[in-house]
Write a protein that binds this ligand. Structure first.
Ligand code: AMP
Length: 397
């Protein structure tokens, strides 16, 4: 996939109607937004376009709406954005998204004005990328900007279809940053390049492991997925997470690492408990083996040191997935140690979205990382080497 995409700074926007696909998929409780990170993340692009005299038309999905659904309206977002921008964001409350309200609001816009459309998933065509809705969206705009990395791996009307019906389609600052860090790490990393993979399942990350073995100098595996690898090496793993049908795959990956000259690091010791519970007493194993009746819930201290040392020597580090059940205090140490090593490192440090981003933020290391991706699924697909349709559809430089 070409990563050198035109950005909002490469085009003339003054006086133009600019449709911006944002990620306003925020958590709501009783109509109140409980986490504003995504709104804050969208501001730089919106402010730039306002300052340059564009007519800024915002759109986004919210939740899993499959048609009009008043509990998933973007009205609260319009209200909060108005406060954040110090200027009214006119909300076009159309159940068909591009209806009379939207058309009227856009026709009345002056330079620097902002309009927000209703939840794009109120239109059933959105998820099917059908032309009818893509054309409606495009009819409001001269220029399209995608700034929603979290949905760039989905080919929807508002991420892909609309680009067929406008002349200019570029990225905003959020996607530009994702391309700069995730993109250059995967395509052209400063070496040594270390990837750390954890989380619950091997099966979720099969393609990531396979693709990263083509790119990295060191691949570190922790979390629940490590036990399938330990089993493949012949160690006992007690009642730890195991994907029996992936043991062969784990062997193949270990062979591939050897053939490619990639250092593949697996746990040397474990912190185990007798049940999956925050109350389970943590026991450190002597070596890789886990006794009968116990399950691995974190990497052990020797392993944490091995992994942290590998991070210290790296110039680029990508991390996706916790090293253990970090939600339980007794089993969070391994994840904290690795996060610390990344925070202290001079390397370019990149956190894949989703759980790892949440872990790094709740542990308080968020601002020490070079880049925290805003898309869980999208960043994984990026690491799998897949083309993201929402990015592929944008104009090349
Ligand atoms: P993922 O979404 O695949 O990144 O997985 C994240 C989840 O994996 C977190 O909720 C962790 O609690 C869980 N996890 C990590 N290590 C283990 C483990 N050893 N056993 C069970 N679950 C784990």
């Amino acid at each position: 996939m070409k990563l050198n995409k035109k950005t909002i700074e490469d085009i003339e926007v003054k006086g133009k109607r600019v449709l911006v696909r944002c990620d306003f998929n925020v958590p709501l409780k009783d109509g109140v937004i409980t986490d504003e990170n995504r709104l804050n993340g969208a501001l730089p692009t919106i402010k730039y376009l306002m300052e340059k005299g564009a007519k800024v038309i915002l759109c986004s999905h919210l939740g899993k709406a499959k048609g009009p659904d008043s509990s998933k309206t973007l009205a609260p977002v319009a209200k909060r954005l108005s406060e954040m921008l110090g200027k009214e964001v006119v909300f076009a409350a159309d159940d068909i998204v591009v209806g009379e309200n939207a058309k009227k609001a856009v026709a009345a816009m002056n330079e620097g004005d902002v309009v927000l459309l209703e939840n794009t998933r109120f239109r059933p065509e959105e998820g099917k990328n059908e032309d009818s809705f893509s054309k409606d969206l495009a009819s409001l705009a001269d220029v399209y900007v995608n700034d929603a990395f979290g949905t760039a791996h989905r080919a929807h009307c508002s991420t892909v279809g609309v680009t067929k019906f406008v002349d200019t389609a570029v990225c905003g600052y959020l996607i530009q940053k994702e391309l700069k860090f995730l993109g250059s790490a995967v395509e052209n990393p400063e070496r040594p390049f270390v990837a750390i993979l954890g989380g619950a399942k091997v099966s979720d990350k099969i393609n990531v492991i396979n693709n990263l073995l083509e790119k990295v100098d060191t691949l570190i595996i922790g979390g629940g997925m490590a036990y399938t690898f330990l089993k493949a090496q012949g160690f006992t793993i007690g009642t730890s997470l195991l994907e029996e049908d992936k043991v062969e795959y784990a062997k193949e990956m270990m062979d591939k690492a050897k053939a490619k000259g990639v250092r593949l690091l697996l746990p040397l010791d474990n912190v185990v408990g007798d049940k999956f519970s925050a109350e389970a007493a943590p026991v450190v194993t002597e070596d890789q083996n886990i006794p009968e009746g116990y399950m691995g819930l974190d990497i052990g201290p020797k392993t944490a040191k091995l992994y942290s040392d590998a991070v210290k020597d790296a110039k680029t580090v990508i991390w996706n997935g916790p090293m253990g059940v970090f939600e339980f205090e007794n089993f969070a140490k391994g994840t904290i140690e690795v996060a610390k090593a990344m925070a202290d490192s001079k390397a370019t440090t990149i956190i894949g979205g989703g759980d790892s981003a949440a872990a790094v933020n709740t542990l308080g290391f968020g601002d020490k990382m070079t880049h925290i991706s805003t898309g869980g699924g999208a960043s994984l697909e990026f690491l799998e080497g897949k083309e993201l349709p929402g990015i592929a559809a944008l104009n090349d430089k």
